[in-house]
Design a protein around this ligand. Sequence first.
Ligand SMILES: C[S@@+](CC[C@H](N)C(=O)[O-])C[C@H]1O[C@@H](n2cnc3c(N)ncnc32)[C@H](O)[C@@H]1O
Length: 285
Amino acid sequence: MRESNLLIKITRPEDPELQSKARWFAGQPGINSYLSLAETKSGLQNEAFHESRSEVPILHITRKGTYLLTDEESLTFHPSMALLRLMQIIRGEEDRFLKAVALEEGDTFLDGTLGLGTDALIAAFQVGDRGKVIGVEYSSVLAAIVKDGLNNLALGKFPPVKNPKKREAWQKLGEASPRINIRWGSHYEILAQMPSQSVDVVYFDPMFRRTREESASIRPLQEISYQEPISLNTIEEAKRVARKRIVLKERKFSKEFDRLGFTIEDGGKYSHIDYGIIQLKGSVM
Ligand SMILES: C[S@@+](CC[C@H](N)C(=O)[O-])C[C@H]1O[C@@H](n2cnc3c(N)ncnc32)[C@H](O)[C@@H]1O
């Protein structure tokens, strides 16, 4: 699992809310932050400090939100894709992810590749009040940014919207977010520590197969995410921990499905991705 060296910068050092957010980020597991709150009070010192560590990503904490600036990209938590998908689901449209994971109310879902948390939010909506989602992320800074974003959603911090359908979707995201428990670490290690048959569905949406051009929403993750293929040992652990099924999202025609033992049940005709499934013995399809 990847620790993150960060420069934490608050735009208004005198603002106690921003100070406490900076402290919260500095205290998250796997975050090694370099900027003390006192240092931010002196612009001069701050600049010198900044320059001496220009290779370190900067976490900007502002009144408008928190974002991470790396060499090339800016990354922030924004549930826009989850919101769009949720509106479609509420309208009764099919969501291929939900079809593949086949979650039922009250289920426990483990997302082994949390990323920006879009799929985890959709899963958390689907499992309802009695359900649970565990989101595992290798990058500590990403885990912290998503955790902070979900906390804000749970507090009802979303933009004012006139459209009642959109407002309803924001509210549903707000209700779903506290059901997600984020864990920083490698999915193999976290699965290996879990009791057998302790979740219903395990899901993987790995990163390494994507290219920069392919997905604008995932591009900001390139620099900080973990991009190695899923190991066979991980799938063995997932088979032990899951009761119902394991699902892998991959590029259409990817050899990963075969290598890891997944079957494609319902390939999307016009989509460039597919969902592979390992149905576990004893579970009903
Ligand atoms: C393509 S993104 C997932 C996007 C996610 N499904 C969403 O809806 O936002 C893959 C994420 O999985 C993480 N990841 C890759 N391998 C991992 C591993 N072995 N353990 C934990 N996280 C991993 C990457 O760091 C990256 O953030």
